[in-house]
Design a protein around this ligand. Structure first.
Ligand SMILES: [Zn+2]
Ligand SMILES: [Zn+2]
Length: 299
C-alpha cells in the first residue's frame, strides 16, 4: 500500500474525494484510512458512488487512528442539453458534515438502486436478444450492489464480444449504440434540491468533465447555484494548475465554496495519489473543509 503514497507530509491538507472498494476503488475502507493516516492528512472524505457503506466501515478505524473522516457520496445526475433532445451525466458530490442525511435522501438512494437493477435486467435481455450470452446474475456477481455498465463491459470483453471496455461501450453500451438501455435519472437541479433538504452540501465534481466552453460552463454553474448548489470542486487530478486557478476565481465570483480532492481509486487508477493527485497537482488546504463546516453550522 505504501507505494500508493506520495509524500508523508500532508499535515494541514485534506482530501475530500476518495473511493473505496465499496464502489469502484481498490482499497478497503480500513486500508484507505490507514493510507490517509500514513500521509498525515488533516481530514479525509470518502465519496463512494451511490453508497455510504465505505464511509460506515471506515468510521471505527478512523476513530481509532484519530483521523478526521468526512461523510460524502458521489451521485450521478442528468443534464439535458440541446433543448432536451440529449442528455449527459453530471457527477455531484454531497457532503454531510453534520451527521446523517434525512429520510428523503436515503429513500431516494434506495429508489436509484432499484432503478439500476431494473435497467441491468433489461440490458441483459437486449444483449441476449442480440446473440450475446450475458446474464443479469453474472453482472450482479461482478458489481455487487453497484453493478452497472462497466461490469457489463468487462463481461463482454471476457467472453470475446469486444476487445476492450472502450469497444464494449462504443458498440453495445453507449447512449448512441443500438443496444443502449436508458435508466430514469433525476436532473442535476433536482438532486441538488434533495441534498440541500437532507442538510447536505452539494458540490459539482470535476467541472472539467462538463465539457462546455467557458461562457456556457459559467452560465450552467450559475444556474446550478440558483438551484441551491453550494460548492465547486476546484482541485482535482484532472485539473491542470491554470484551470484550478480559473475555477477558484469562478467559485469566488459565483459565491460558491471551493472544495477539492484527488478522486483516488487505488490501483484502479494508479497515476492518482491520495492527497496529491496526478503528478502532485492537488493540494487541498484544510480551510476548505472549515468553510464547509461553517456553512453547515450556519444553516
Ligand atoms: Zn466523478
Ligand atoms: Zn469520484
Amino acid at each position: 500500500m505504501s507505494e500508493l503514497a506520495d509524500s508523508p507530509f500532508l499535515s494541514g491538507f485534506v482530501d475530500l474525494h476518495a473511493h473505496t472498494n465499496e464502489s469502484d476503488g481498490s482499497l478497503t475502507p480500513a486500508e484507505l484510512v490507514a493510507l490517509g493516516k500514513q500521509m498525515d492528512l488533516a481530514a479525509l472524505a470518502i465519496t463512494d458512488h451511490d453508497t455510504f457503506a465505505g464511509y460506515e466501515k471506515a468510521l471505527p478505524h478512523a476513530r481509532a487512528a484519530g483521523l478526521d473522516l468526512v461523510r460524502g457520496i458521489e451521485l450521478n445526475t442528468r443534464l439535458y442539453v440541446d433543448g432536451g433532445r440529449t442528455h449527459r451525466s453530471v457527477h455531484l458530490l454531497a457532503y454531510f458534515v453534520n451527521g446523517e442525511p434525512s429520510g428523503e435522501f436515503t429513500a431516494w438512494l434506495e429508489d436509484e438502486r432499484t432503478e439500476r437493477r431494473n435497467r441491468n435486467k433489461a440490458l441483459a435481455k437486449v444483449l441476449q436478444a442480440n446473440g450475446m450470452e450475458v446474464t443479469f446474475e453474472e453482472v450482479e456477481a461482478r458489481g455487487r450492489s453497484l453493478a452497472g455498465r462497466p461490469h457489463f463491459a468487462r463481461i463482454l470483453v471476457d467472453k470475446g464480444y469486444a476487445r476492450s471496455s472502450e469497444e464494449a461501450f462504443r458498440r453495445y453500451l453507449a447512449e448512441d449504440s443500438p443496444t443502449y438501455v436508458a435508466r430514469k435519472s433525476k436532473t442535476t437541479e433536482e438532486v441538488i434540491g434533495i441534498v440541500r433538504r437532507a442538510n447536505g452540501i452539494p458540490v459539482i465534481a470535476h467541472p472539467i468533465r462538463l465539457g462546455f466552453a467557458r461562457d456556457a460552463e459559467r452560465e450552467l454553474i450559475a444556474s446550478f447555484k440558483r438551484a441551491g448548489l453550494v460548492g465547486l470542486e476546484i482541485y482535482h487530478s484532472e485539473h491542470p494548475p491554470l484551470l484550478q486557478a480559473y475555477y477558484h476565481q469562478l467559485a469566488k465570483e459565483l459565491e460558491l465554496l471551493p472544495t477539492g480532492g484527488s478522486d483516488f481509486h487505488g490501483t484502479v487508477k494508479p497515476d492518482i495519489r491520495l492527497g496529491t493527485g496526478a503528478n502532485g497537482n492537488v493540494r487541498v488546504p484544510s480551510e476548505f473543509l472549515k468553510g464547509m463546516r461553517a456553512f453547515a453550522g450556519a444553516e
